[in-house]
Design a protein around this ligand. Sequence first.
Ligand SMILES: NC(=O)CC[C@H](N)C(=O)O
Length: 332
Amino acid sequence: MVQGAMNQNTKLTKDWLQNYVDDWVKFYWKHTKEGELPSYIPILQQANKNHLGISIMGTNGVTIESGDVDIPFTIQSISKVFTFIVACMQRGVSYVLDRVDVEPTGEAFNSIMHLEMKQIKKPFNPFVNAGAITVTSLLTGKTSAEKLEPLLQLLENILGYRPALNIDVFQSEMQTSIRNRAIGYYLVETGYLESDQLELTLETYFKQCSIEISLKDLAHLGMILANDGKDPKTGTELIPKQVARLAKSLMLTCGMYDASGKFAAYVGIPAKSGVSGGIVAIAPPRAREENLPFLEGCGIGVYGPALDKQGNSIAGIKLIRHIAKQWDLSIF
Ligand SMILES: NC(=O)CC[C@H](N)C(=O)O
């Protein structure tokens, strides 16, 4: 019996789980001190390094939250999961996968080196910046507003409200986007991006990264993916199952940048991080005989802006790893 699971006679009550999660958040708080705020998007340095919060939303309707849960933050690279989903819904999976591969890089998310060194035929995967910028270019529409519309609509369908862009974050990144611009030019040179699409694509990409959400929203997005794209309350299919599964497989292999292998090995669930400190992790339904929480699946959102060298929330990873171990969430 793992700690935090239930004794034979204990009821798996929300209060009981809440106590455990509160203790775990308190315990992992100290690790926020080990991480750094990203400097290449200046406005993200205004975040409070000490923040750490978690939201867990089960497909059964139970939500548990703890720590700094009321701080809105920008979705950053977590948006890449949803633009990939929208591009697949608009263009079809094979059209998208003809233009972006499904292989992990083992390099930093904004690496340029691997593009040249490996003489790639197409960007490695939709979750490194080169692949994400390519995917954004595939969204239909002539303006960034048109391109973003179906993405915002999908988020609205899931969350029940339309999240707004944080214009200050968008402008901060737009003004300092040297490396993403370099990636964009490289994609033009190699034929993955039409030159007249470059500015529009970068603007759209920075805007999608600036969508602001709450921790509960993040858990909600994860919960819908855990449920293969279906809203468990209404039974409505919000994301086609095949696309949701593809996105989850890519989260497992590529979602945590060049720490994806370790996350899969030590945590064992699909996840995607963003440079503002958010991580969405997904525990699909699992059939176990033990009495464990969230057997019907859940989404986990974590926010902790202090990052490790790979750009992932340092305390957030430790917290998710602990919960996954205690509740036996691994998909393996
Ligand atoms: N890792 C991230 O979250 C990166 C997103 C960021 N907007 C960038 O493109 O660099």
